[in-house]
Design a protein around this ligand. Structure first.
Ligand SMILES: C[S@@+](CC[C@H](N)C(=O)[O-])C[C@H]1O[C@@H](n2cnc3c(N)ncnc32)[C@H](O)[C@@H]1O
Length: 244
């Protein structure tokens, strides 16, 4: 069951997560009555007269509000992972390390089942919180090291965001189905080189190494130009496939 029942947003895009419909909700701009929260209205007013839009939560609203521990994988990289591996409602996926759950929750939102491995006990709580926030019943969270092995078999995709992915190659060979993808996210090129070298002699072949840069544009009346700052390097994406 998703722990967030409704989203309240003002005209500037400031958002509030409403977890309880049986109580009045307090915002910085006044109180929204429980009567309004439970109603079918899409526009409500606080007791201070401020207007809010009342929405059913979308995955993106919830993703923006996840509890964060370690550095998360961002949307630009998640999108490319999904596009290059053909993840869909039938896909069985393993993700490690789970971290804050940005990646594994995004994968669970569009796939059949995801198992996330995470070694740090304190992060299991963060992962469970984010799983409940989004109501992702198809996400299983394991407090285990993926370096010790992968119990799940016949996988369509394995995603790795951890320091030594080369330790996982032998396990991925056994757990991926023929034609399944291994996607590795790494911040440093020296790690990419070590990982690619470690693939030699395995049944997993390198497809490509990529980096995606994201630049927003300012589009106003007389101003039409790229923003001065952009989202540059986040990580390298290494796409591989089990082909024998
Ligand atoms: C950068 S974070 C992952 C962030 C995550 N991809 C996200 O989008 O929120 C890396 C995580 O890998 C975990 N980790 C490191 N070694 C691991 C292992 N052998 N098995 C499972 N998790 C591991 C760490 O504890 C850490 O939480």
């Amino acid at each position: 069951m998703r722990s967030v029942k409704k989203i309240l947003t003002d005209r500037k895009g400031k958002k509030y997560l409403v977890k309880e419909l049986d109580d009045d909700f307090h915002t910085a701009d006044g109180v929204i009555s429980k009567k309004d929260l439970k109603s079918k209205k899409t526009e409500v007013k606080s007791n201070k007269g401020k207007k809010f839009v009342l929405l059913e939560p979308n995955f993106v609203d919830l993703w923006e509000m996840i509890k964060r521990g370690p550095q998360v994988v961002l949307q630009k990289d998640i999108g490319l992972m999904m596009a290059k591996t053909g993840i869909n409602g039938q896909s069985k996926i393993v993700d490690a390390g789970g971290g804050s759950g940005s990646l594994c929750c995004s994968l669970a939102n569009v796939s059949k089942e995801v198992t996330a491995y995470e070694v740090q006990k304190n992060l299991i709580e963060v992962l469970e919180y984010n799983k409940n926030l989004m109501g992702l019943n198809n996400l299983t969270i394991k407090n285990k090291s993926i370096y010790q092995g992968i119990a799940e078999k016949d996988l369509d995709v394995i995603t790795l965001d951890l320091a030594e992915p080369w330790q996982v190659i032998k396990h991925a060979e056994k757990s991926l189905k023929l034609g399944g993808f291994l996607v590795v996210y790494l911040p440093n090129i020296i790690q990419v080189k070590q990982f690619v070298d470690s693939l030699r002699g395995s049944s997993i072949r390198l497809l490509e190494v990529e980096e995606l840069l994201e630049r927003k544009w300012k589009v106003e009346e007389r101003i039409l130009r790229p923003e001065y700052e952009m989202l540059g390097h986040t990580g390298f994406l290494v796409f591989c496939r089990k082909l024998s």
